[in-house]
Design a protein around this ligand. Structure first.
Ligand SMILES: NC(=O)C1=CN([C@@H]2O[C@H](COP(=O)(O)OP(=O)(O)OC[C@H]3O[C@@H](n4cnc5c(N)ncnc54)[C@H](OP(=O)(O)O)[C@@H]3O)[C@@H](O)[C@H]2O)C=CC1
Ligand SMILES: Nc1nc(=O)c2c([nH]1)NC[C@@H]1CN(c3ccc(C(=O)N[C@@H](CCC(=O)O)C(=O)O)cc3)C=[N+]21
Length: 306
Protein backbone atom coordinates (compact mmCIF):
# COMPACT_ATOMS: atom_id res chain seq x y z
CA UNK A 1 0.00 0.00 0.00
CA UNK A 2 1.33 3.44 -0.89
CA UNK A 3 1.75 6.04 1.85
CA UNK A 4 -1.63 7.50 2.86
CA UNK A 5 -2.87 10.89 1.70
CA UNK A 6 -2.57 13.42 4.52
CA UNK A 7 -5.94 15.17 4.90
CA UNK A 8 -5.14 18.83 5.47
CA UNK A 9 -7.65 20.12 8.03
CA UNK A 10 -5.86 23.40 8.35
CA UNK A 11 -6.31 24.17 4.66
CA UNK A 12 -9.95 23.03 4.67
CA UNK A 13 -10.61 25.18 7.75
CA UNK A 14 -9.00 28.20 6.07
CA UNK A 15 -11.34 27.79 3.09
CA UNK A 16 -14.39 27.73 5.36
CA UNK A 17 -13.19 30.73 7.34
CA UNK A 18 -12.70 32.54 4.04
CA UNK A 19 -16.32 31.92 3.04
CA UNK A 20 -17.52 32.95 6.51
CA UNK A 21 -15.52 36.18 6.32
CA UNK A 22 -16.90 37.10 2.89
CA UNK A 23 -20.49 36.20 3.76
CA UNK A 24 -20.26 38.11 7.03
CA UNK A 25 -19.23 41.24 5.15
CA UNK A 26 -22.19 40.78 2.78
CA UNK A 27 -24.62 40.23 5.67
CA UNK A 28 -23.37 43.21 7.64
CA UNK A 29 -23.43 45.54 4.62
CA UNK A 30 -26.93 44.45 3.59
CA UNK A 31 -28.61 44.31 7.00
CA UNK A 32 -26.32 45.93 9.57
CA UNK A 33 -26.28 42.66 11.53
CA UNK A 34 -22.86 41.74 12.97
CA UNK A 35 -22.65 38.06 14.04
CA UNK A 36 -22.02 37.92 17.79
CA UNK A 37 -20.33 34.99 19.51
CA UNK A 38 -20.17 34.74 23.30
CA UNK A 39 -17.64 32.27 24.68
CA UNK A 40 -18.01 31.52 28.38
CA UNK A 41 -15.19 29.90 30.31
CA UNK A 42 -15.26 29.03 34.00
CA UNK A 43 -11.89 28.54 35.70
CA UNK A 44 -8.29 28.72 34.53
CA UNK A 45 -7.61 25.37 32.87
CA UNK A 46 -4.67 26.30 30.59
CA UNK A 47 -5.68 24.03 27.70
CA UNK A 48 -9.22 25.46 27.72
CA UNK A 49 -7.78 28.98 27.80
CA UNK A 50 -5.81 28.27 24.62
CA UNK A 51 -8.87 26.96 22.74
CA UNK A 52 -11.08 29.79 23.93
CA UNK A 53 -8.43 32.32 22.91
CA UNK A 54 -8.16 30.85 19.44
CA UNK A 55 -11.97 30.79 19.04
CA UNK A 56 -12.19 34.47 19.99
CA UNK A 57 -9.33 35.41 17.65
CA UNK A 58 -10.85 33.58 14.69
CA UNK A 59 -14.26 35.13 15.39
CA UNK A 60 -12.75 38.62 15.24
CA UNK A 61 -10.91 37.80 12.01
CA UNK A 62 -14.28 36.74 10.47
CA UNK A 63 -15.75 40.15 11.28
CA UNK A 64 -17.80 38.95 14.24
CA UNK A 65 -18.33 40.65 17.53
CA UNK A 66 -16.65 38.25 19.93
CA UNK A 67 -17.36 38.48 23.63
CA UNK A 68 -15.27 36.43 26.04
CA UNK A 69 -16.78 35.85 29.49
CA UNK A 70 -14.12 34.62 31.88
CA UNK A 71 -15.58 33.57 35.21
CA UNK A 72 -13.56 32.45 38.25
CA UNK A 73 -13.41 28.71 39.06
CA UNK A 74 -15.54 29.21 42.19
CA UNK A 75 -18.46 30.72 40.20
CA UNK A 76 -21.71 29.13 41.40
CA UNK A 77 -24.19 27.37 39.14
CA UNK A 78 -26.85 30.05 39.71
CA UNK A 79 -24.48 32.84 38.66
CA UNK A 80 -23.54 30.95 35.50
CA UNK A 81 -27.22 30.30 34.68
CA UNK A 82 -27.92 34.01 35.17
CA UNK A 83 -25.11 34.89 32.75
CA UNK A 84 -26.59 32.52 30.17
CA UNK A 85 -30.06 34.01 30.62
CA UNK A 86 -28.57 37.46 29.94
CA UNK A 87 -26.83 36.19 26.78
CA UNK A 88 -30.06 34.47 25.63
CA UNK A 89 -31.84 37.82 25.93
CA UNK A 90 -29.12 39.87 24.19
CA UNK A 91 -30.07 40.48 20.53
CA UNK A 92 -26.42 41.15 19.61
CA UNK A 93 -25.46 37.60 20.64
CA UNK A 94 -26.19 34.92 17.99
CA UNK A 95 -24.03 32.14 19.37
CA UNK A 96 -23.27 31.01 22.92
CA UNK A 97 -20.54 28.50 23.73
CA UNK A 98 -19.84 27.36 27.27
CA UNK A 99 -16.41 25.73 27.30
CA UNK A 100 -16.52 22.18 28.66
CA UNK A 101 -15.68 20.57 31.00
CA UNK A 102 -17.10 22.79 33.76
CA UNK A 103 -15.86 22.64 37.36
CA UNK A 104 -17.28 19.68 39.32
CA UNK A 105 -19.72 21.74 41.42
CA UNK A 106 -21.67 22.83 38.33
CA UNK A 107 -24.23 20.57 36.62
CA UNK A 108 -23.11 20.57 32.99
CA UNK A 109 -26.40 19.24 31.62
CA UNK A 110 -28.39 21.96 33.36
CA UNK A 111 -26.11 24.66 31.96
CA UNK A 112 -26.20 23.35 28.39
CA UNK A 113 -30.00 23.02 28.47
CA UNK A 114 -30.27 26.62 29.66
CA UNK A 115 -28.82 27.91 26.38
CA UNK A 116 -31.44 29.10 23.87
CA UNK A 117 -31.45 26.26 21.25
CA UNK A 118 -31.38 28.92 18.52
CA UNK A 119 -28.08 30.24 19.92
CA UNK A 120 -26.63 26.81 20.72
CA UNK A 121 -23.80 26.89 18.15
CA UNK A 122 -22.18 23.85 19.80
CA UNK A 123 -25.30 21.82 18.98
CA UNK A 124 -25.39 20.24 22.45
CA UNK A 125 -28.93 21.24 23.47
CA UNK A 126 -31.50 18.42 23.52
CA UNK A 127 -33.55 20.21 20.86
CA UNK A 128 -30.61 20.25 18.46
CA UNK A 129 -29.65 16.67 19.33
CA UNK A 130 -33.24 15.68 18.57
CA UNK A 131 -33.32 17.63 15.32
CA UNK A 132 -30.11 15.97 14.14
CA UNK A 133 -31.18 12.46 15.06
CA UNK A 134 -34.65 12.73 13.52
CA UNK A 135 -33.38 14.19 10.27
CA UNK A 136 -34.70 17.71 10.92
CA UNK A 137 -31.12 18.80 10.46
CA UNK A 138 -31.87 21.81 8.27
CA UNK A 139 -32.84 23.60 11.47
CA UNK A 140 -30.34 21.91 13.75
CA UNK A 141 -27.01 23.22 14.88
CA UNK A 142 -24.70 20.29 14.26
CA UNK A 143 -21.84 19.83 16.76
CA UNK A 144 -18.70 21.41 15.31
CA UNK A 145 -16.21 18.53 15.59
CA UNK A 146 -18.40 15.93 13.85
CA UNK A 147 -19.55 18.49 11.27
CA UNK A 148 -15.93 19.35 10.49
CA UNK A 149 -14.98 15.67 10.35
CA UNK A 150 -17.77 15.05 7.81
CA UNK A 151 -16.38 17.75 5.53
CA UNK A 152 -12.96 16.07 5.63
CA UNK A 153 -14.50 12.65 4.92
CA UNK A 154 -16.44 14.07 1.96
CA UNK A 155 -13.30 15.68 0.59
CA UNK A 156 -11.94 12.19 0.12
CA UNK A 157 -15.06 10.09 -0.57
CA UNK A 158 -17.62 12.54 -1.96
CA UNK A 159 -21.19 13.06 -0.73
CA UNK A 160 -22.59 9.57 -1.14
CA UNK A 161 -21.35 7.19 1.54
CA UNK A 162 -23.84 4.42 0.77
CA UNK A 163 -22.20 1.04 0.84
CA UNK A 164 -19.43 2.28 3.15
CA UNK A 165 -19.03 0.89 6.61
CA UNK A 166 -18.11 3.39 9.31
CA UNK A 167 -16.77 2.60 12.77
CA UNK A 168 -16.63 5.32 15.41
CA UNK A 169 -14.59 4.56 18.51
CA UNK A 170 -16.11 6.66 21.31
CA UNK A 171 -19.72 7.34 22.28
CA UNK A 172 -19.63 10.79 23.86
CA UNK A 173 -22.49 13.21 23.36
CA UNK A 174 -20.16 15.83 21.90
CA UNK A 175 -18.27 13.70 19.38
CA UNK A 176 -19.07 9.98 19.00
CA UNK A 177 -22.87 10.03 18.95
CA UNK A 178 -23.38 13.05 16.67
CA UNK A 179 -20.65 11.69 14.37
CA UNK A 180 -22.65 8.46 14.10
CA UNK A 181 -25.82 10.42 13.25
CA UNK A 182 -24.10 12.34 10.47
CA UNK A 183 -22.58 9.21 8.94
CA UNK A 184 -25.93 7.45 9.16
CA UNK A 185 -27.66 10.41 7.48
CA UNK A 186 -25.06 10.11 4.70
CA UNK A 187 -26.12 6.44 4.24
CA UNK A 188 -23.02 4.80 5.72
CA UNK A 189 -23.52 1.62 7.74
CA UNK A 190 -22.51 2.69 11.22
CA UNK A 191 -21.00 0.90 14.22
CA UNK A 192 -20.25 2.72 17.47
CA UNK A 193 -17.51 1.08 19.54
CA UNK A 194 -16.53 1.99 23.11
CA UNK A 195 -14.63 0.77 26.16
CA UNK A 196 -16.84 -2.32 26.50
CA UNK A 197 -16.46 -3.41 22.89
CA UNK A 198 -14.87 -6.82 22.54
CA UNK A 199 -12.01 -7.28 20.06
CA UNK A 200 -11.92 -3.63 19.08
CA UNK A 201 -9.15 -4.14 16.53
CA UNK A 202 -11.20 -6.55 14.45
CA UNK A 203 -14.28 -4.30 14.66
CA UNK A 204 -12.17 -1.38 13.45
CA UNK A 205 -10.66 -3.45 10.64
CA UNK A 206 -14.17 -3.68 9.17
CA UNK A 207 -14.28 0.07 8.65
CA UNK A 208 -14.02 1.90 5.34
CA UNK A 209 -14.29 5.04 7.48
CA UNK A 210 -12.67 4.88 10.92
CA UNK A 211 -13.24 7.73 13.38
CA UNK A 212 -11.21 7.73 16.61
CA UNK A 213 -12.64 9.83 19.47
CA UNK A 214 -11.27 8.07 22.52
CA UNK A 215 -8.86 10.37 24.34
CA UNK A 216 -6.03 7.81 24.55
CA UNK A 217 -2.73 8.79 22.95
CA UNK A 218 -2.00 6.78 19.81
CA UNK A 219 -4.15 3.86 20.96
CA UNK A 220 -5.15 2.78 17.43
CA UNK A 221 -2.28 1.46 15.33
CA UNK A 222 -2.10 -0.20 11.94
CA UNK A 223 -3.68 -3.38 13.29
CA UNK A 224 -6.96 -1.43 13.65
CA UNK A 225 -6.97 -0.14 10.07
CA UNK A 226 -8.35 -1.82 6.95
CA UNK A 227 -6.32 -1.41 3.76
CA UNK A 228 -7.59 1.67 1.96
CA UNK A 229 -9.61 3.07 4.88
CA UNK A 230 -10.20 6.77 5.55
CA UNK A 231 -9.04 7.51 9.10
CA UNK A 232 -10.28 10.54 11.03
CA UNK A 233 -8.35 11.17 14.24
CA UNK A 234 -10.37 13.38 16.59
CA UNK A 235 -8.13 12.81 19.62
CA UNK A 236 -6.18 15.70 21.10
CA UNK A 237 -3.73 14.43 23.70
CA UNK A 238 -0.84 16.36 25.19
CA UNK A 239 2.04 14.03 26.03
CA UNK A 240 5.52 14.60 27.45
CA UNK A 241 8.20 15.11 24.83
CA UNK A 242 11.51 15.12 26.72
CA UNK A 243 13.28 14.82 23.35
CA UNK A 244 12.21 18.45 22.76
CA UNK A 245 13.98 19.53 25.95
CA UNK A 246 12.73 20.90 29.26
CA UNK A 247 11.29 24.20 30.50
CA UNK A 248 12.78 26.42 33.25
CA UNK A 249 11.21 24.27 35.99
CA UNK A 250 12.80 21.12 34.60
CA UNK A 251 9.46 19.83 33.29
CA UNK A 252 9.66 18.07 29.92
CA UNK A 253 8.20 19.95 26.95
CA UNK A 254 5.04 18.47 25.47
CA UNK A 255 3.58 17.70 22.08
CA UNK A 256 0.10 16.92 20.77
CA UNK A 257 -0.77 13.46 19.52
CA UNK A 258 -4.03 11.97 18.37
CA UNK A 259 -5.77 8.73 19.29
CA UNK A 260 -4.18 7.11 16.24
CA UNK A 261 -0.54 6.23 15.69
CA UNK A 262 -0.17 8.24 12.49
CA UNK A 263 2.96 6.63 11.06
CA UNK A 264 1.72 3.10 11.64
CA UNK A 265 -1.87 3.71 10.47
CA UNK A 266 -0.58 5.52 7.36
CA UNK A 267 0.84 2.28 6.03
CA UNK A 268 -2.69 0.89 5.72
CA UNK A 269 -4.98 3.89 5.28
CA UNK A 270 -5.77 5.56 1.96
CA UNK A 271 -6.17 8.91 3.72
CA UNK A 272 -5.68 10.08 7.31
CA UNK A 273 -5.94 13.29 9.33
CA UNK A 274 -2.87 14.46 11.27
CA UNK A 275 -2.83 15.85 14.81
CA UNK A 276 -2.33 18.77 15.01
CA UNK A 277 -3.64 20.20 11.75
CA UNK A 278 -6.56 17.82 11.17
CA UNK A 279 -9.93 17.87 12.90
CA UNK A 280 -8.99 20.56 15.50
CA UNK A 281 -8.90 23.53 13.10
CA UNK A 282 -12.13 22.28 11.49
CA UNK A 283 -13.89 22.44 14.86
CA UNK A 284 -13.13 26.13 15.13
CA UNK A 285 -14.11 26.79 11.50
CA UNK A 286 -17.49 25.07 11.98
CA UNK A 287 -18.12 27.13 15.10
CA UNK A 288 -17.75 30.23 12.93
CA UNK A 289 -20.02 28.71 10.28
CA UNK A 290 -22.69 27.92 12.88
CA UNK A 291 -22.51 31.42 14.34
CA UNK A 292 -22.89 33.02 10.91
CA UNK A 293 -25.85 30.72 10.21
CA UNK A 294 -27.48 31.86 13.44
CA UNK A 295 -26.95 35.52 12.58
CA UNK A 296 -28.41 34.96 9.09
CA UNK A 297 -31.50 33.42 10.65
CA UNK A 298 -31.85 36.37 13.01
CA UNK A 299 -31.61 38.72 10.01
CA UNK A 300 -34.00 36.56 7.96
CA UNK A 301 -31.38 36.03 5.25
CA UNK A 302 -30.60 32.67 3.61
CA UNK A 303 -27.38 31.28 5.14
CA UNK A 304 -24.48 30.12 2.93
CA UNK A 305 -23.81 26.41 2.38
CA UNK A 306 -20.56 24.86 3.56
N1 LIG B 1 -10.46 17.90 17.66
C1 LIG B 1 -11.40 18.48 18.39
O1 LIG B 1 -11.86 19.52 18.04
C2 LIG B 1 -11.90 17.81 19.60
C3 LIG B 1 -11.17 16.80 20.14
N2 LIG B 1 -11.63 16.12 21.22
C4 LIG B 1 -10.77 15.00 21.67
O2 LIG B 1 -11.39 13.78 21.27
C5 LIG B 1 -11.15 12.77 22.22
C6 LIG B 1 -12.49 12.22 22.72
O3 LIG B 1 -13.22 13.25 23.32
P1 LIG B 1 -14.64 13.00 24.02
O4 LIG B 1 -15.54 12.33 23.08
O5 LIG B 1 -15.04 14.27 24.63
O6 LIG B 1 -14.15 11.96 25.18
P2 LIG B 1 -14.96 11.16 26.30
O7 LIG B 1 -13.96 10.88 27.35
O8 LIG B 1 -16.23 11.83 26.62
O9 LIG B 1 -15.31 9.79 25.55
C7 LIG B 1 -14.33 8.86 25.23
C8 LIG B 1 -14.96 7.63 24.61
O10 LIG B 1 -13.93 6.71 24.34
C9 LIG B 1 -14.28 5.44 24.85
N3 LIG B 1 -13.08 4.72 25.31
C10 LIG B 1 -12.26 5.02 26.32
N4 LIG B 1 -11.28 4.11 26.43
C11 LIG B 1 -11.50 3.21 25.47
C12 LIG B 1 -10.84 2.01 25.08
N5 LIG B 1 -9.76 1.56 25.71
N6 LIG B 1 -11.36 1.31 24.05
C13 LIG B 1 -12.45 1.74 23.40
N7 LIG B 1 -13.11 2.87 23.71
C14 LIG B 1 -12.64 3.59 24.73
C15 LIG B 1 -15.19 5.71 26.03
O11 LIG B 1 -16.00 4.57 26.24
P3 LIG B 1 -17.12 4.47 27.41
O12 LIG B 1 -18.26 5.31 26.95
O13 LIG B 1 -17.43 3.03 27.44
O14 LIG B 1 -16.46 4.99 28.65
C16 LIG B 1 -15.96 6.93 25.55
O15 LIG B 1 -17.11 6.57 24.84
C17 LIG B 1 -10.28 13.42 23.29
O16 LIG B 1 -8.93 13.21 22.97
C18 LIG B 1 -10.61 14.90 23.16
O17 LIG B 1 -9.56 15.73 23.59
C19 LIG B 1 -12.82 16.42 21.80
C20 LIG B 1 -13.60 17.43 21.32
C21 LIG B 1 -13.17 18.25 20.20
N1 LIG C 1 -18.34 23.73 24.55
C1 LIG C 1 -17.26 23.21 24.00
N2 LIG C 1 -17.15 23.14 22.66
C2 LIG C 1 -16.04 22.61 22.07
O1 LIG C 1 -15.96 22.54 20.82
C3 LIG C 1 -14.96 22.14 22.90
C4 LIG C 1 -15.11 22.24 24.28
N3 LIG C 1 -16.27 22.76 24.81
N4 LIG C 1 -14.15 21.80 25.10
C5 LIG C 1 -12.87 21.31 24.60
C6 LIG C 1 -13.00 20.69 23.24
C7 LIG C 1 -11.69 20.60 22.48
N5 LIG C 1 -11.84 21.44 21.32
C8 LIG C 1 -10.83 21.75 20.42
C9 LIG C 1 -10.94 22.76 19.48
C10 LIG C 1 -9.90 23.08 18.64
C11 LIG C 1 -8.71 22.41 18.70
C12 LIG C 1 -7.58 22.81 17.80
O2 LIG C 1 -7.65 23.79 17.11
N6 LIG C 1 -6.45 22.06 17.79
C13 LIG C 1 -5.28 22.36 16.99
C14 LIG C 1 -4.03 22.46 17.86
C15 LIG C 1 -4.11 23.44 18.98
C16 LIG C 1 -2.86 23.40 19.87
O3 LIG C 1 -1.75 23.47 19.31
O4 LIG C 1 -3.02 23.27 21.10
C17 LIG C 1 -5.03 21.23 16.00
O5 LIG C 1 -5.49 20.11 16.26
O6 LIG C 1 -4.35 21.48 15.01
C18 LIG C 1 -8.58 21.38 19.59
C19 LIG C 1 -9.63 21.04 20.45
C20 LIG C 1 -13.07 22.01 21.35
N7 LIG C 1 -13.79 21.60 22.39
Amino acid sequence: MAEAKRIDGKAAAARIIDIVTRETATLTTATGVVPGLAVVIVGEDPASQVYVGSKAKTAKACGFKSIKHELPAETGEAALLKRIADLNADPEVHGILVQLPLPKHIDETKVVQAIDPDKDVDGFHLINVGRLSTGASAKAFVPCTPAGSMILIREVLGDDLSGKSAVIVGRSNIVGKPMAQLLLAADATVTIAHSRTRDLASVCRGADILVAAVGRPEMLNGAYVKDGAVVIDVGINRVDAPEKGHDEDGMPKTRLVGDVNYADASEKAAAITPVPGGVGPMTIAMLMANTLRSACRAADVAPPKF
